[in-house]
Ligand binder design. Structure first.
Ligand SMILES: NC(=O)c1ccc[n+]([C@@H]2O[C@H](COP(=O)([O-])OP(=O)(O)OC[C@H]3O[C@@H](n4cnc5c(N)ncnc54)[C@H](O)[C@@H]3O)[C@@H](O)[C@H]2O)c1
Length: 327
């Protein structure tokens, strides 16, 4: 069994990853500058929480030494919209923070580091095959800070892997949807399902109801499971993997699944002919599909939830949270 350090461990993905890890018998330290204890409420007595910053190498080293850390999953970051609002802070946390984590991992000789990037690095142009981007494509985002920091960390991780022989994997996440975040860009999608689950009126967010949209977002429990799964592979052939579902879905599929799980629910969607101004301005797979087969093909990863099962799981989760049913 491993001793895991999970940076950003009380974030949306971190909470579900930590749950996955402790359930598999690992020891887990959540390293987070602003611990959101609600996201680890289910496992609060089974994890150690360290309220500390990834830009502080000394804190990282002390925590890693004290807990004999041998695996690191690095999720701490300023996400897309926050990075646009506070670019200087985003460069510091995302780039320097990642360097501190990699340095500390190198010095402590950990067995493996897995960290998060984003498909936002692709931008809207596929350089090899029209309309679909894979891991061999050259990143080409508009110059917004979040994607800039993610590209920098991807190159940094590759350097540590190739120069020091460290086992480092980088996961380019499409998006994680599900409980744990109800604000910001993808948070509006989660809020839509949450409202529908508890019987409130809900309108599908316009940012994702473009008729040509192909969402390869993965349910957050599966994203957590995926980080645990990749961490459990001692040596992978590849360094970088797109993390998303094999079969894309759109608002119609979500509404159909939701209709089956919440019959008579008060929700609706308006299909748009083109992306909204916000969607069009944000680097991401909007209008550009992302090939996620390498993760499944090469590493053998299979998500546990299909779309309908995931919707049902989130509905049950939100109902329990609202005191309507059991989780
Ligand atoms: N959720 C998604 O859809 C998505 C998509 C693409 C990439 N990612 C990446 O996955 C990772 C996790 O995303 P998430 O959605 O769980 O984010 P989140 O915002 O829910 O969690 C991030 C956590 O990091 C912590 N954190 C921020 N700055 C820190 C610092 N300086 N030191 C220590 N902790 C710090 C925050 O307190 C928070 O708990 C991030 O790297 C993000 O860029 C997420």
């Amino acid at each position: 069994m491993g001793n895991f350090l999970v940076t950003g461990g009380t974030g949306q993905i971190g909470g579900f990853l930590c749950e996955e890890l402790v359930n598999a018998g690992h020891r887990v330290v959540c390293y987070d500058s602003k611990p959101n204890l609600e996201n680890i409420g289910r496992i609060a007595d089974r994890v150690t929480v360290e309220a500390a910053d990834v830009t502080d190498t000394s804190d990282l080293l002390q925590v890693m030494k004290r807990n004999s850390i041998d695996h690191v999953v690095h999720l701490a970051a300023m996400v897309l919209l926050d990075s646009m609002k506070r670019p200087a802070k985003a460069y510091q946390v995302n780039i320097m923070g990642t360097n501190c984590v990699l340095e500390a991992a190198r010095v402590m000789d950990v067995k493996k580091v897995v960290f998060a990037s984003s498909v936002s690095v692709y931008g809207s142009l596929a350089t090899r095959r029209p309309g679909i981007a894979d891991e061999e494509d050259i990143p080409n985002p508009p110059p917004e800070p979040y994607s800039t920091t993610k590209i920098a960390t991807e190159l940094m991780g590759r350097y540590y892997r190739e120069s020091y022989g460290m086992e480092v994997n980088c996961m380019r996440i499409t998006a994680a949807w599900g409980p744990g975040r109800y604000w910001g860009y993808t948070g509006q999608f989660n809020d839509f399902i949450r409202k529908a689950a508890v019987g409130a009126e809900a309108a599908f967010p316009a940012d994702f109801s473009y008729k040509g949209e192909k969402l390869r977002w993965m349910y957050v429990r599966d994203v957590g499971y995926c980080f645990a799964f990749v961490s459990g592979i001692p040596k992978t052939g590849g360094y970088l993997y797109n993390l998303g579902v094999d079969a894309p879905f759109n608002h119609r599929d979500v509404l159909q699944a939701l209709g089956e799980v919440v019959p008579g629910g008060r929700f609706e969607a308006k299909e748009l002919d083109s992306p909204t101004k916000v969607s069009a301005a944000i680097a991401g797979p909007n209008g550009l599909d992302v090939d996620c087969t390498k993760l499944h093909r090469e590493l053998g990863f299979r998500p546990r939830f299909g779309l309908k099962a995931a919707v049902a799981d989130m509905v049950a989760f939100e109902r329990a949270r609202a005191g309507i049913g059991r989780q």
